[in-house]
Design a protein around this ligand. Structure first.
Ligand code: NPG
Length: 373
């Protein structure tokens, strides 16, 4: 139980080692909000997975900044004494905005666990000291460029390759990668770029032994996903469509997918992520940990989550070097066997390096209790 003394918002910018192209656009640098929560017990860090534009979801940095500064942070400092069991209630009157909520909630949970000397992984009931890692490859300029990237990542040890696809840049790319690597775990991610009339594209992929097809259709269309899944042998996985445990239950009841991508930053934080994990585990549905090109702060949290028992597939939890020349934290490294160590220090187990913050922070603001509070 702690009282929040101050909440600091920091906007950070880091160049990516290579631009990341998806069906909705290209990112050349990572820009995101970090949240630092100061309680009477210590401090904690969270990272918001929103980006500059509202493309992956309706949230984006400038909007998330305002929601955090004007609504969520004041609600948390007004709440008085809170603990990890009651912190979500402080946000209950604020609708939506799960990415902004996740950043603040995760920072608070981190502060509580650090003060308590407990690692997030052990608090979540994580069972593995290391997790298996996959890598997500953006839409490449050519088939040859894609094959070269795949070779490079496999040589580093990654245990699953995920290819971003979009209409017109799909089946031939996937065929080429499968022909070069008949036995690897391979999946595709459409980021909602297709419509039900594109079902032939997915039928054409049936013989390629894909681990899954991720988010083929519109993020709000569970019914069409269910129809598509009923007509495909390949498992569908949902990402953008899953914003909560309620969405997850609806998707599973409808048969809209057979695998779930859990991104704690997309579902309002680590507590809701745990609920989704628990529901899927109860129903025997495999889950894996997605990624949003997080800095070391978000990555540490993802690794703790990915070590929970229901996370049975390799996640998009790649090494810092896959994204940044210089991460914000001590870099996360991939072992040659394609696994990464789960942080075991208290809380998320890492803290942004002050010298990196000095270079990367472009904006800061602090929310404190008003004096009468
Ligand atoms: O390795 O963190 C990573 C990236 C994984 O492909 C990935 N993320 O749709 O899942 C996605 C995609 C993404 C990244 C979406 C950034 C939006 C922003």
């Amino acid at each position: 139980m702690s009282r929040v003394r101050a909440i600091e918002l920091l906007l950070v910018e880091l160049p990516l080692v290579r631009p990341f192209r998806t069906s909705f656009g290209e990112m050349a640098e990572k820009r995101c909000i970090l949240v630092r929560v100061e309680t009477d017990g210590g401090e904690g860090w969270g990272e918001c997975v929103a980006d500059t534009r509202p493309d992956f979801s309706g949230e984006f940095n400038d909007g998330a900044w305002l929601v955090l500064r004007d609504f969520l942070a004041p609600a948390l400092v007004r709440a008085g004494d809170v603990d990890v069991g009651s912190v979500e209630e402080s946000f209950a009157a604020i609708r939506g905005n799960p990415m902004a909520k996740a950043a603040l909630l995760d920072a608070f949970v981190d502060a509580e666990l650090r003060a308590d000397g407990t690692s997030l992984a052990s608090w979540l009931g994580a069972e593995r000291p290391r997790v298996e890692c996959g890598v997500s490859i953006g839409i490449a300029p050519s088939v040859d460029a894609l094959l070269a990237q795949v070779d490079g990542y496999l040589a580093e040890g990654y245990r699953r390759i995920k290819l971003k696809i979009e209409p017109g840049t799909d089946i031939e790319r996937v065929r080429a990668v499968r022909a070069a690597h008949p036995d690897i775990l391979l999946s595709v991610d459409a980021n909602a770029a297709y419509t039900p009339s594109d079902a032939d594209v997915f039928r054409a992929m049936e013989d390629l032994g894909l681990l899954m097809i991720e988010q083929p259709l519109h993020h709000e269309d569970l019914l069409r996903h269910a129809e598509l899944q009923a007509n495909l042998r390949t498992d569908l996985c949902l990402d953008e469509s899953i914003r909560s445990v309620a969405d997850t239950a609806a998707a599973l009841d409808l048969g809209a997918c057979r695998i779930v991508n859990i991104k704690q930053g997309r579902v309002g934080g680590v507590l809701e992520a745990r609920r989704i994990h628990d529901l899927c585990r109860e129903r025997g549905v495999p889950v894996w940990c997605g990624g949003m090109l997080e800095t070391g702060v978000g990555r540490a949290l993802n690794l703790a989550l990915a070590a929970m028992p229901g996370f049975t597939l390799p996640g998009d939890t790649s090494a810092s070097a896959r994204y940044f020349e210089d991460d914000l934290t001590t870099p996360f490294e991939l072992a040659p066997d394609g696994t990464m160590a789960v942080p075991s220090e208290p809380g998320i187990g890492v803290t942004p390096l002050p010298e990196r913050l000095q270079v990367c922070v472009t904006r800061r603001e602090i929310v404190r209790p008003r004096s009468k509070e």
